[in-house]
Design a protein around this ligand. Structure first.
Ligand SMILES: [Mg+2]
Length: 403
């Protein structure tokens, strides 16, 4: 079998996605996801102009060799653009391999270790009562784990709360990023009070998570993690900027709150010190930005060795193929922890279908060969690319902060 064509499809069914279709001379094809939110066309160009020509004529069965060729063959390697492009190719090749074998990808990865992937959903609100109501609604839908975020009084716009409900500073141009305003002090005062409210209102059984979104410095993160100890979080997510691995030691010295980290990593070697020094409890790389299933599987094996569990990134800005890859891996490894889940709107499912489904707290994939996902290309053509950006954050003095 030989690869005959690599097609890159950029479409905006609700939001932008970069999809990769690899076609073969035997009629089999595979779909991957190469979406990098806010820099979509850079990845599309990397694929179309530089990577696709290298793949034509190759045997699609040789995934590891293709991975090594794309990663190391550039000489200047890595980075979010190239690792997202690589992930798109990698997923499409796993999809083909599964279809060729007549087996779902989880079977090729060693077979099921569990029936479904424990899922968590996002709950957010303008105040503690709105968050509580959202958690109750999620529990009624079957979720056992929920991530909770609340608007911070005094700040303008808050990550993880409903967009458009806070007054958002920013550009009047809709195609430019909107700008939120953020200070750590009110955030650090508010979050422990939110958890106190939720534990009193909801009891101890529901598993609660919270995402700091890399906004704190090491001593602030240590203080927050310590103050949250009485509320027994499932994990505290991404407390520090991804550049500062050594600062996780400070957090560890101060708290037993479980720590998750990794969605901004685009290299296995970024995760290595956090895992081997046991500075985190959950590794949550983004399969779509770290080079695909081939790389995530190696990270999972390393994490297993050090008793670290997985919690792969699962936001709306990666396509259902990557969510499917998450679950195929989740249900085939021994050290799976939890899986972040979003519900895709109908317009997205019209274009990309066959992704994971939700069943009473767990995500499941079908037994269809490959990843199980497919694309309606005619429907995709109805939704052309629209330039868009993630929000930005500035401090009250006007300086740039991490979103
Ligand atoms: Mg996150």
């Amino acid at each position: 079998m030989k690869i005959t064509n690599v097609k890159v499809l950029v479409t905006c069914p609700g939001r932008n996605y970069v999809l990769v279709k690899i076609e073969t001379d035997e009629g089999l094809y595979g779909w991957g996801d190469a979406t990098l939110n806010g820099r979509e066309l850079a990845v599309a160009s990397a694929l179309e102009d530089h990577i696709a020509p290298l793949l034509i004529g190759r045997d699609p069965d040789r995934i590891e060799d293709a991975w090594q060729m794309i990663f190391r063959g550039t000489y200047w390697r890595g980075g979010p653009v190239l690792m997202t492009a690589l992930a798109g190719v990698d997923l499409a090749l796993w999809d083909i391999k599964g279809k060729r074998a007549g087996l779902p990808v989880y079977s090729l990865l060693g077979g099921k270790t569990r029936e479904g992937a424990l899922a968590y959903t996002h709950c957010g609100g303008e105040d503690f009562h709105e968050v509580e109501d959202e958690v109750r609604a999620a529990l009624a839908r079957g979720f056992k784990n929920v991530r909770v975020q609340v608007s911070i009084p005094g700040n303008v716009g808050t990550y993880g709360t409903a967009p458009g409900r806070s007054t958002v500073m920013g550009s009047t141009r809709p195609d430019m990023p909107y700008v939120e305003q953020w200070e750590p002090a009110p955030y650090l005062r508010t979050i422990p009070k939110m958890f106190e409210h939720l534990r009193v209102a909801l009891g101890d059984e529901v598993e609660l998570l919270h995402d700091v979104h890399e906004r704190l410095n090491p001593i602030q993160a240590s203080r927050l993690a310590q103050e949250l100890e009485p509320y027994h979080l499932f994990f505290l997510e991404d407390p520090l900027r991804p550049e500062h691995k050594e600062s996780f030691r400070l957090i560890r010295q101060h708290t037993t709150t479980p720590i998750a980290m990794g969605e901004l990593f685009h290299s296995r070697w970024e995760a290595v010190p956090l895992i081997t020094e046991q500075l985190i409890d959950f590794i949550r790389c983004d399969i779509g930005h770290i080079g695909g299933l081939t790389e995530a599987r190696k990270i999972a094996v390393l994490a297993e060795t050090y008793n670290v569990q997985t919690a792969w990134h699962g936001p709306g800005d990666i396509a259902p193929m990557t969510h499917a890859a998450n679950v195929h891996l989740d249900i085939s490894i021994p050290n799976f922890g939890v899986q972040e889940m979003v519900h895709f709107p109908e317009v997205t499912q019209e274009v990309i279908f066959g992704g994971p489904t939700f069943d009473n707290g767990y995500m499941v994939v079908s037994d269809r060969p490959g990843l199980g996902t497919d694309v309606n290309e005619a429907a995709a053509a109805k939704y052309p690319y629209e330039r868009s950006y993630l929000p930005m954050v500035r401090r009250f003095d006007g300086s740039v902060h991490d979103w």
